[in-house]
Design a protein around this ligand. Sequence first.
Ligand SMILES: [Ca+2]
Length: 178
Amino acid sequence: MEEEEKRRQVEALREWFERVDSDKSGSITALQLKRALAVGNLDIPLSVVEQMIRMYDFDRNGTMNFQEFVALNKFLLQLQHAFSDFERGRGFLLPDDVYQASVKIGFTLDSPAFYSVCESFDKSKNGRFLLDDFISLCIFLQSARNLFNSFDIAKQGRVTLDLNQFVYCSEYLSNNLV
Ligand SMILES: [Ca+2]
């Protein structure tokens, strides 16, 4: 039964993927993905969609094949569930909910760092985070974490950067800001 359910989900994903892949190239571009998300009422800036693709572009060809898309979708579902757990029927999260939801996903930032990042993703500057704001924020946190881990080879939760590396990181992360 569970197998059957899984198979159906993959099939539905495959159908979605093929619709998004409008030129039938077997992979989807950032622009195609952005448009498809917009159809689902998610207004995600192109820079963030590009980052989503970079995070799961395992073969590094700049686009998303079905397998890569399945991995990305898994992460997006996790974000969606965390969002639903804390939106309490309002359709948006307040900064404290965003904090709790992000802890649930596994981000463990101290409050000052967290609230400062939070502020930059509050598009409408009213302290309300819609699902697309929340996704953009989490994509930023996740790519910051990936970047950090790539330097934290000894896994000590701490990195030493020289100026070149620092400039590289700043550049890399500022591309992910909305
Ligand atoms: Ca790819």
